[in-house]
Design a protein around this ligand. Structure first.
Ligand code: NAD
Length: 469
């Protein structure tokens, strides 16, 4: 661990001996030089990120396979394609996004210029988690570069192979005076956070989010916190059970359930639970065959610690489907738990694995009360053939994002903002929202030197004015 190969050598060490002070001050000097501001520079760096994705495609698939047995289609879709999509949207729109935004003026300023300048913040820190180890550093990085910032990237130390790949190869593509990778876990990140950054973009768990925000507060650094939590999924009695089962099973078991916006638990009536069970069994068998352990399309749990935590949750409710585990492989079968109680362990924490609890409720009103009684989730799902029911759930709840009659798909649209609310985070990104997140919206007024009589009414002595006071 330490400063990755991609980073510049330390230029100096401050008296307090912070190991990253030299790196941060080097990046700050680059930012102050104005190098990252021209559009051509930003475009060149973004295009280099595109080449990184093309050249390293195979290595990315291999590294994420080693880290969590990520199936290659899932890695291609979520780590490469989504990033390329973001890159294309950004490159196609950057000149428009960068333009000054002219705003309404009052009578006195009719001949002046009032506009919003999209200024880079300066030196930005991006901290990423392990579950989508490429996408979750790269998509914020696209926004940070597009907005003209210098960036320190801190990938997760848990997804070791991907961390190594990023540290060893990203520097071959990006300007090393402006973009650096710092590797390591808690001790390294703690030291890194002692430095003053101009913006911190963090993706990870709510408890660590609090630590990041506390560290940022010492320097009054603004933050985006992309956090997690339990995402409810309400299934009404009026729905196409087969389609619901396929869409829920896909969202829950993609990346072996290690997805921040995965449906965390189902809320439905006892009758719907009965109907869903054979449909979920069929969907799971169709996706992963009779023995998902042998399927090339089903991933593994990232670490022993996560595996132990997940295995302990299998005691909640009753195992209706799956439930098999293999510690050596860190395998947990796609599992559905029926009749789970709100007091069961599976309902006390974000599951973040291939386990789907079903909590029985009496009706939609009870489901809505259940959702509103808990921390506001990152994503909320509602399934019904009756659009009024989907609308009711949307209108009477609050969450970071919402998707009716499907799971995960809302995050694939760069035109939609992505982010949490309350316990699931603060701030937005994706597409133009990323650019805006990493830009300071600087309110500017440029006046002419002449036309002084227009200013006369505001100058003292005020006693000469007659404003009718
Ligand atoms: P985590 O919070 O443990 O770690 C995230 C990052 O923070 C890592 O780079 C890690 O090195 C660093 N870190 C951990 N502890 C730290 C500390 N004490 N001080 C400073 N830095 C520290 O999260 P994780 O386990 O990597 O990821 C899982 C969590 O992330 C889940 O809660 C999930 O919902 C959430 N998540 C959210 C999103 C989103 O877009 N909102 C996306 C993916 C994951």
């Amino acid at each position: 661990s330490g400063i990755g190969k991609g980073s510049v050598p330390m230029v100096c060490s401050t008296p307090c001996g912070n190991p990253y002070a030299g790196l941060v001050s080097h990046l700050r000097a680059s930012w102050l030089s104005g190098k990252t501001r021209p559009m051509e520079y930003r475009v060149a760096q973004l295009e280099a990120l595109g080449r990184f994705l093309d050249d390293k495609k195979q290595e990315i698939l291999e590294a994420t396979e080693l880290d969590m047995g990520k199936p290659s289609f899932e890695a291609f879709f979520s780590e490469i394609l989504l990033c390329k999509n973001e890159l294309n949207v950004t490159l196609n729109n950057l000149s428009q996004w960068m333009k000054d935004e002219h705003v309404d003026k009052n009578l006195v300023m009719q001949l002046d210029s009032a506009f919003i300048r999209k200024d880079p913040y300066g030196v930005v820190l991006i901290i990423a988690p392990w579950n989508y180890p490429i996408q979750l550093f790269l998509v914020p990085l696209i926004g940070a570069i597009a907005a003209g910032n210098c960036v320190v990237i801190k990938p997760s130390e848990i997804s070791k192979s991907t961390e190594r790949l990023i540290a060893e190869t990203l520097s071959c593509y990006l300007d090393n005076d402006c973009y650096a990778v710092v590797t390591g876990g808690v001790p390294e990140t703690t030291r890194l956070l002692e430095n003053k950054f101009d913006y911190i973009f963090f993706t990870g768990s709510p408890p660590v989010g609090r630590i990041i925000m506390t560290a940022a507060a010492k320097h009054l650094t603004p933050v985006t916190l992309e956090l997690g939590g339990k995402n409810p999924c309400y299934v009404s009695d009026t729905c196409d059970v087969t389609n619901v089962a396929r869409r829920v099973a896909w969202g829950r078991f993609f990346n072996a359930g290690q997805t921040c916006i995965a449906p965390d638990y189902l809320l439905c009536t006892v009758e719907m639970q009965e109907k869903l069970m054979p449909a979920l069994r069929e969907a799971i068998t169709e996706f992963f065959g009779p023995n998902p352990r042998e399927s090339p399309d089903f991933g593994r749990i990232v670490s022993d610690k996560q595996f132990q935590r997940l295995r302990a949750l299998l005691g909640s409710g009753r195992v209706a489907l799956g439930g098999q585990t293999d510690e050596a492989e860190r395998y947990i079968a796609p599992t559905v738990l029926a009749d789970v109680l709100p007091s069961d362990p599976a309902m006390q924490e974000e599951i973040f694995g291939p386990i789907l609890p079903i909590v029985v409720i009496a009706n939609m009103d009870e489901a809505i009360d259940f959702i509103n009684a808990r921390p506001r989730p990152l994503a909320l799902y509602a399934f019904s053939c009756d659009s009024k029911i989907v609308n009711q759930v949307l209108e009477r709840t609050s969450s970071g994002g919402f998707c009716g009659n499907d799971t995960l798909m809302h995050m694939t649209l760069p035109s939609l903002p992505f982010g949490g609310i309350g316990n699931s985070g603060l701030g937005l990104y994706h597409g133009k929202f990323s650019f805006d997140t990493f830009s300071h919206h600087r309110g500017c007024l440029k006046r002419g030197m002449g036309r002084e009589p227009l200013n006369a009414p505001r100058y003292p002595p005020y006693s000469r004015k007659n404003f009718g006071l």
